[in-house]
Structures are given as structure tokens and as C-alpha cells.
Design a protein around this ligand. Structure first.
Ligand SMILES: Nc1ncnc2c1ncn2[C@@H]1O[C@H](COP(=O)(O)OP(=O)(O)O)[C@@H](O)[C@H]1O
Ligand SMILES: [Mg+2]
Length: 362
């Protein structure tokens, strides 16, 4: 079991982890997902003490491994790490690469280390490569050797940081298959990955990282199918979002349209959908809201889904109860109705921007 208390990691120019509190149970297989730069590697490196936390404590079973007196080598025996770039020794054969740490660190004899290495090579499907040199292997094969080398230490916990992201797409599957077997063997694992369907298949818990920590965690069903928080939802649905705020009648209309244009180009929104997004902005936001109010206050998110090739408008605006599809300008509404679907209005008197309209385009 690993218990993390108030973990903080600060670099001169970034604080990737502000306050992480979490417990990893024996047998957990945890996938860590999230946008790049949100501290996924930092978290895994702090757990393994490859980075020194700025503050906070980490316990492995009942030992505080962040205690200055803690024996690092003992920690590294119990926690194995698999890196994106396999780090095999080029001057050793495959089998020697796997034997070396077991002999040097665990003090195993050569025969025992060899027998174990050969058994592990069989489990990762590389028995016939025992006497090859790392240079003779493909990336996928090298990563399988690196996993076997980690397993040779028989660690209680295995940490993997994007183990397939340096591989050609054709080799991802063979490495994932090895990791999947390992996950179902009951080993405690934590794996940083961008492969969501893989994460869903192997994990019992998902950590979504953002805003300096574990922003949301849950089972794969909870995180991928029913995320509770907005950023998680946008990430797992791979939504491309633009947010627009308008607080005056004399806002920069052309500038806003060109922001939307840039957003569509950058995210490769199909041409027809992009035109409809511009039109929907013009009719719904500009004509029906801004032009009809003395002091318009609008917050708009446009969420483009590449997968579904559609876009959602989520509009919040101030003022009295006003459903733009019911009460808006007739011509604008008739234009809108040709391009939108699933429109929904709701009212929340407790909010400053109390009117909410959501609709879908495409
Ligand atoms: N050794 C380092 N020195 C300074 N800044 C770092 C170092 N490692 C990571 N960072 C910064 O910490 C943040 C999180 O990095 P990282 O944990 O690698 O994110 P992720 O793995 O989620 O992409 C980034 O802003 C990164 O630039
Ligand atoms: Mg990383």
C-alpha cells in the first residue's frame, strides 16, 4: 500500500503538484491520464523518489519513504519503474540486461538470475532473443525486455511512465499485451498513458490530473462515461473548447469572429461545420442576445468533438428570464433552427448569468 499525504513538488518555474492526498491499495491498477504538463511524470517520479518532494509524506506500507533516513535502495527494490525510453545497456545481451540488476541489487547467483530471466523472457514473448543485443531489437521488443528487467526485481509495485509513447504504432499492441497480462496477475501498478481504451481495459482506478493534483478520480466507468467535473469531461471526450466572454454592446465583434475562425482552423473543424459555427454565433449570440440587451453579459463555450464531427454551444447570459429560441428575433431563430438541434433552455435565478442555452450543431 502506498499512502500519499499533502504531497507538493515545486520547480523554479512550475508547481506541478500542489497538494496530493491519495492511497494506492495492493492490487490496484491505476491509469494516470491528463493533459501534458499536469504533473503525471512528476507524481510517478516522486512516488519512486526519483524526484525529491518539496513537502509532504509518502508511505510504502508502514515505512515513510520520504523520511531522510530511509534506505533508497530498499525502496527501489520494492518499486520498479518502466520508462518511455527503455534504457537498456547496449554492451550486454538481452538476457544479461535482465540478470544484471537481480544479481547486483538482489544479490542473486548467476544461475538463479539466468533461470529467472529466461522464464521472464518467455512471458514477454522473447525467449528466442535472449542472446541478441539491444540494437538488434525493435522498439517494442526493447520495451518488453525493459519490462522483464523490472519484473526480475520482483517489485511489489510497478510504475510505468508512458511505456508505449516512443513506439511505432505497429508495436504498441505487443507491449500493451504484456502490460495487460501483468495487470491481471494482481501486481500493483500505476501507469501514465494516453491510450484511453487501454486504460479502461486494464485499470480499476483512473486518476485524471489537472490543476496541481488529482483533479478527479474514479473507476473507468465513472471517469470515461460519467465524469463529474467539466475539465475531465472535455479531456476524455477529446473536446476542443473555445471560451468567449462578452461584457458590452460594443465588444470587438470582428475580433471575436476571427478568434472563432482561428480556433476552427487550429482544430481542423470541417469547413461546413465551421461556417455553421460562425452563423450560430452571429444569430444566437450577436443578434438574439447582445443586440437585444442594454448591458449584455455573455459567457460562451464552443466544444468541438472531432470524433462526432459536431459542436456544442453552451451559452450563459444575464438579464431577465429570456429563452432565445422562444423570445428571440424571429428571423434569427428561424435561421438557427435550420442548423441546430437538441436545444435546451434553463434558468437559474441564483446565478448572475442566470439564462442557460445549450444546443448542438452538426
Ligand atoms: N526537472 C524539472 N525541472 C523543472 N521543471 C520541471 C521538471 N520536470 C517537470 N517540470 C515541469 O513540471 C510540470 C509538469 O511536468 P510533468 O510532470 O513532466 O508533466 P506530464 O508528465 O503530465 O506531462 C511542467 O510544467 C514541467 O515543465
Ligand atoms: Mg510525462
Amino acid at each position: 500500500m502506498i499512502r500519499i499525504e499533502n504531497l507538493k513538488k515545486e520547480y523554479p518555474n512550475a508547481i506541478p503538484l500542489e497538494n496530493v492526498n491519495v492511497t494506492i491499495n495492493n492490487g490496484d491498477v491505476i491509469s494516470v491520464i491528463g493533459p501534458s504538463g499536469t504533473g503525471k511524470s512528476t507524481l510517478i517520479r516522486c512516488i519512486n523518489l526519483l524526484e525529491k518532494p518539496t513537502s509532504g509524506r509518502i508511505f510504502l506500507d508502514d515505512t515513510e519513504i520520504t523520511d531522510p533516513g530511509c534506505n533508497l535502495q530498499e525502496v527501489h527494490k520494492k518499486m520498479g519503474m518502466v520508462f518511455q525510453s527503455f534504457n537498456l545497456f547496449g554492451h550486454m545481451t538481452v538476457v544479461e540486461n535482465i540478470m544484471a540488476p537481480a544479481m547486483d541489487i538482489l544479490g542473486k547467483g548467476a544461475q538463479e538470475a539466468y533461470d529467472e530471466a529466461m522464464r521472464l523472457l518467455r512471458t514477454v514473448g522473447l525467449y528466442d532473443k535472449a542472446l541478441s543485443w539491444p540494437d538488434e531489437l525493435s522498439g517494442g521488443q526493447k520495451q518488453r525486455v525493459a519490462i522483464a528487467r523490472t519484473l526480475a526485481m520482483n517489485p511489489d509495485v510497478i510504475l510505468l511512465d508512458e511505456p508505449t509513447s516512443a513506439l511505432d504504432p505497429t508495436m504498441v499492441g505487443e507491449v500493451q499485451a504484456v502490460i495487460r497480462d501483468l495487470a491481471s496477475s494482481g501486481k500493483t501498478m500505476m501507469i501514465v498513458t494516453h491510450e484511453m481504451s487501454f486504460a479502461r481495459a486494464i485499470s480499476n482506478r483512473i486518476f485524471f490530473m489537472d490543476e496541481g493534483g488529482i483533479y478527479e478520480e474514479g473507476t473507468p466507468e465513472e471517469i470515461f462515461d460519467n465524469p463529474k467535473k467539466e475539465k475531465t469531461r472535455r479531456f476524455v471526450k477529446r473536446l476542443k473548447v473555445i471560451e468567449i466572454d462578452i461584457d458590452s454592446k460594443t465588444y470587438d465583434y470582428l475580433g471575436t469572429q476571427s478568434l472563432i475562425e482561428d480556433y476552427c482552423v487550429k482544430n481542423q473543424v470541417p469547413y461546413k461545420l465551421a461556417k455553421q459555427i460562425h452563423l450560430a454565433f452571429e444569430e444566437a449570440v450577436h443578434q438574439c442576445i447582445v443586440n437585444t440587451m442594454d448591458k449584455p453579459m455573455v459567457h460562451l463555450s464552443i466544444e468541438y468533438s472531432e470524433e462526432k464531427e459536431n459542436a456544442a454551444f453552451v451559452l450563459w447570459y444575464g438579464g431577465e428570464q429570456y429563452d432565445l429560441f422562444e423570445d428571440g428575433d424571429e428571423i434569427s431563430v428561424s435561421i438557427l433552427k435550420k442548423i441546430v438541434r437538441d436545444e435546451k433552455y434553463s434558468r437559474d435565478d441564483n446565478k448572475e448569468l442566470g439564462n442557460n442555452v445549450v444546443f448542438c450543431i452538426g
